[in-house]
Design a protein around this ligand. Structure first.
Ligand SMILES: *Cc1c(COP(=O)(O)O)cnc(C)c1O
Length: 487
């Protein structure tokens, strides 16, 4: 090779660095399986992390790749939040399957651009097959259109934009909403993506109608029906109903079957946000409400949550593939497209990474039955924690749905506000402590601890250990507050 480029990596050196990296990651995956030594988080403040990295100017000259990789690996491993840790139980973050890490290396190494078919033909075919498998897993029509995106927000945006285009009276892509007062409906528990969508796609957040929920945080269909009638009478254009399959706070599943029927009656687009809970529809014992996501015009799911793919991987499904082309396709003269599916026509991105590969591989490694067993066990463990909390006089079990449980540390004699404050501090200390990572939810106005298991590494022993951890840290906090002083 006569050209000596600054980025050339000698193949022998690539091998050596790559083998060392695989050894390090193998050790990480090993310790995620029996993590007695491994803290969930390092528990450092931002200033400590910044100090560990150091202020560095842009380097003027190059450096040796082996040393750079060793340093990057040390920085990351020593200052990571281990989302794959069996006791990472906060937010909705999937524990990463090891095969996903290998898939990312393969995808980056071969560097296929799944925007245009000619830039990655097999990658495009694998993405198409993976989308079909996901539809099958959910019980959604297997001939649906769909594509991979970065996550749940983007997958929900796809449904929103497809709905806006499909239900507009005029040419909304050319003219914008104009005088039409587009109105979308969702429950008060809906994730913030819906505000971003209304804002970004030009309708404004006042185009959203937040519908109240029942005692189980589920959208009230009677209230929705009234709101639609009221808005129509006032000259608005209702176009979209968003149902949630597993709310982000408590895992509540809206009455999706009833919502589908109402949308059919009213001529509205029915979109389901299944970013967290959608994949639980694969369980034969899933509720009829959840299985009714199969009736939606579009569904968003998040393989980087309950399919345990490393971030990023979201997936949008749209019943009528043509609706995606109608909403997103432009055919510029500078693209030569002989045949095959070119995903830039089906969504907002142009160049696209090969996110489907890690999901395609994981779906085959585990199979449908493997995923059913993992998702079922996640739900069972969350239920177990609910039961343990319910049986414990110092804990208060609040909600359980799918694999989310909310509960509180509630020492005897503490007023509600005091319990709120203690649990808020508890979340802080647990998130910094490294023993077990929980997050929070506000349930009926009260501050709760929240555990969400999308983690095939979590075991029953982890659940049985959790009440003691929570009570120990909670008692420390209580002792420091007025409650402790009064005793
Ligand atoms: C996680 C989540 C989202 C957002 O998904 P990202 O992958 O974080 O973009 C949207 N809706 C629900 C219900 C979620 O749980």
């Amino acid at each position: 090779m006569d050209r000596q480029s600054a980025l050339r990596l000698d193949p022998e050196e690539f091998r050596a660095i790559g083998h060392a990296l695989v050894e390090d990651l193998a050790a990480l995956f090993e310790s995620l399986e029996s993590p007695s030594e491994l803290a969930v988080v390092s528990g450092e403040r931002a200033s400590q992390v910044q100090a560990a990295l150091g202020e560095r100017p842009l380097p003027e000259h190059g450096a040796a790749p082996a040393e750079l990789m060793a340093e990057a690996r040390n920085l990351l491993l020593e200052h990571a939040t281990h989302i794959g840790h069996p006791r990472f139980l906060g937010y909705v973050c999937g524990s990463q399957a090891a095969i996903g890490a290998l898939a990312e290396l393969l995808a980056a190494g071969v560097n296929q651009n799944v925007g245009g078919y000619p830039l990655g033909p097999m990658a495009a075919e694998i993405e198409r097959q993976t989308v079909r498998w996901i539809a099958e897993l959910l019980g959604y029509p297997a001939d649906a259109g769909g594509l991979f995106v970065s996550g749940g927000n983007m997958a929900n945006f796809i449904g929103f934009v497809a709905a806006r285009r499909a239900k507009a009276a005029g040419d909304v892509r050319a003219d914008g909403p104009g005088g039409e007062r587009f109105t979308a409906y969702c429950s008060a528990e809906t994730h913030t993506w819906v505000q971003k969508a209304a804002d970004l796609f030009g309708l404004g957040t006042s185009s959203l109608r937040w519908i109240e929920t029942d005692g189980e945080q589920r959208l009230r269909v009677d209230a929705l029906r009234d709101a639609i009638a009221e808005d129509r009478a006032a000259g608005a254009r209702p176009f979209l109903v968003v149902g949630t399959a597993g709310s982000v706070s408590t895992g509540a599943v809206d009455p999706l079957g009833e919502l589908a029927a109402l949308c059919a009656e009213e001529g509205l687009w029915f979109h389901v946000d299944g970013a967290y809970g959608g994949f639980a529809a694969c369980l034969p014992e899933a509720s009829d409400d959840l299985k009714a996501l199969a009736l939606a015009d579009s569904v968003a799911v998040d393989p980087h949550k309950w399919l345990y793919a490393p971030v990023e991987a979201g997936c949008a499904l749209v019943r009528d593939e043509q609706a995606l082309l109608d909403a997103f396709s432009y055919r510029p003269p500078y693209y030569h497209l002989p045949d095959g599916i070119s995903y830039f026509e089906y969504g907002p991105q142009n160049s696209r990474s090969f996110k489907a590969l890690k999901v395609w591989l994981a779906l085959q490694q585990a199979g449908r039955s493997g995923y059913e067993a993992m998702i079922r066990e996640d739900c069972r463990l969350a239920r177990l924690l609910y039961d343990l909390a319910e049986a414990d006089p110092e804990l208060e079990a609040r909600t359980h749905a799918l694999s989310i449980t909310t509960f509180r540390y509630a020492p005897a004699g503490a007023a509600e506000e005091e319990v709120d404050r203690i649990n808020e501090e508890l979340v802080d200390r647990l998130q910094a402590g490294g023993e077990a990572f929980l997050s929070n939810a506000i349930v009926d106005g009260r501050y709760c601890l929240r555990l969400c298991i999308v983690n095939f590494r979590t075991t029953e022993a982890d659940m049985r250990a959790l009440p003691e951890i929570v009570k120990r840290v909670g008692a420390e906090i209580a002792a420091e507050t007025s409650l402790g002083a009064a005793r």
